[in-house]
Design a protein around this ligand. Structure first.
Ligand SMILES: Cc1cc2nc3c(=O)[nH]c(=O)nc-3n(C[C@H](O)[C@H](O)[C@H](O)COP(=O)(O)OP(=O)(O)OC[C@H]3O[C@@H](n4cnc5c(N)ncnc54)[C@H](O)[C@@H]3O)c2cc1C
Length: 408
């Protein structure tokens, strides 16, 4: 028996949850809103954990997405350090870790993702870190204060961003990764190579086409990374960025349909297989009307936009999620990248990689499917239109700086 009932139950305390609660109020919801989040902090800027927050340039309060007073002012109840343990879509009741049973009319599941942990010899040594929460970033920063040599496992966003941040803090960093070139899986060899060049110019050692074999240490603390190719890299600190897995546990337990990408299967309006229950953010696998395929995306702005679309539909607006997924990343203050997509294909470069100012349009079957830009953010609006199929410029027009993309 539910001890109380709310109009809107939002599970997960991250950006998707915060955005949904905010949009509900902005769009005129008058009913009760309860946000239940497992972490001790209200929604915060998770991307900062590998960037300004890790470097100590931002404090916790700077990283909060809303000031502490916002929740009360907007009549949104926030239960922190609390998990939703069970969700019954039929009875419309949630069981919380504080033993409360809460009935709901509409619900959003936005439980995010968990880091992929490596199971190799030495994985339990101290000084080996993963990065997802404030607490993880604090622990890395604390350990880094005493460290000289840091090894990153993984050459994707977390590995490259943390390597850049800690190098900017004076540490000697190395990256070990499966790929030949950093960020190659996302952007291809040519563009990934540009970012690798930036990292190497700042003294970061990059060991591609290799794999972690084991960690070695003494007195319970990591001292060395040993790779499958036989490299032995001395270190005082390791940060693993080996990807994340959507946290679909609650949804699975509730009997919701899951997708092929491990997320919770949703309609184009982000409704799960249970009517009136929506999903958003890293664990949402939705039917993208733009791409004509199921997508699951692990990006901050996407989670924020999902939260908004879900809120509109919780209010009965019946809209599809039609945003082109957008992503940003910074390597210290050396270089910033922005991306819209996701897509594949051959890159057509507008501008110059040598000058560090370019947009790579990824063209597949004669159509722009994605674009990555460094220093040319203005190209992204055109890229979004191209991805939506509103125009299909040829390769020469894309590459020609004299062609006004807005006119195409
Ligand atoms: C270090 C780092 C750097 C990043 N950098 C970038 C970047 O530069 N650009 C970018 O676009 N993206 C970046 N991301 C990814 C981005 O942060 C995520 O895509 C975004 O946070 C996803 O938001 P979300 O709300 O779906 O999930 P999350 O932010 O993961 O929030 C989910 C919350 O739900 C809680 N939860 C889970 N289960 C339950 C439950 N049963 N009950 C209650 N609460 C529960 C979790 O504890 C968590 O607090 C970065 C991520 C990390 C970790």
């Amino acid at each position: 028996m539910a001890s109380r009932t709310v109009d809107f139950l939002i599970v997960g305390g991250g950006v998707a949850a915060e955005s949904c609660a905010r949009a509900l109020r902005e769009e005129g919801a008058e009913g009760s809103i309860l946000v239940v989040g497992r972490e001790p902090d209200a929604a915060y800027d998770r991307p900062a954990l590998s960037k300004a927050y890790l470097r100590g340039e931002h404090g916790r309060d700077d990283a909060l997405l809303r000031p502490a007073s916002w929740w009360g002012e907007n009549d949104v109840e926030l239960l922190l350090r609390t998990s939703v343990m069970k969700l019954d879509p039929g009875e419309r009741v949630a069981k919380l870790s504080n033993k409360e049973e809460v009935g709901f009319d509409k619900a959003l599941i936005a439980t995010g993702a968990n880091v992929r942990r490596l199971r190799v010899d030495g994985a339990d040594l101290e000084g080996i870190h993963y990065l997802r929460t404030f607490g993880n970033s604090d622990a890395i920063r604390e350990d880094a204060a005493e460290a000289e040599r840091v090894v990153m496992i993984g050459g994707s966003y977390i590995g490259t961003e943390v390597a850049a941040s800690l190098t900017a803090e004076g540490k000697q960093c190395a990256i070990v990764m499966l790929e030949d070139v950093t960020l190659e899986r996302q952007f291809g060899e040519q563009v990934g190579g540009f970012f690798q060049g930036v990292l190497e110019q700042h003294g970061i050692e990059i060991h591609g086409d290799d794999e972690l074999e084991r960690f070695e240490g003494a007195d319970g603390r990591v001292q060395r990374v040993v790779t499958k190719r036989g490299r032995e890299l001395d270190c005082d600190l390791v940060v693993v960025g080996a990807g994340v897995m959507p946290d679909a546990m609650l949804a699975k337990q509730a009997g919701l349909d899951l997708g092929e990408r491990g997320g919770v299967l949703c309609s184009s309006g982000l409704e799960t297989s249970a009517p009136g229950i929506y999903a958003a953010g890293d664990m949402c696998e939705y039917d993208s009307v733009i791409h004509g395929a199921a997508l699951r995306i692990e990006h901050f702005v996407v989670a924020e936009e999902h939260g908004r679309t879900a809120a509109l539909n919780m209010l009965g607006r019946d809209v599809a999620h039609e945003e082109v997924p957008y992503f940003f990343s910074d390597l210290a203050d050396w270089v910033s990248m922005e991306y819209v997509g996701p897509g594949a294909g051959e890159p057509v470069v507008r501008g110059s990689l040598d000058d560090g100012e370019f947009t790579a349009f990824y063209v597949h079957d004669g159509r722009v499917s994605a674009a990555l830009t460094v220093g040319r953010s203005d190209d992204l609006d055109a890229a979004r239109r191209f991805i939506k199929g509103e125009a299909s410029p040829d390769r020469s027009a894309l590459a020609d700086l004299d062609t006004d993309l807005a006119s195409l």
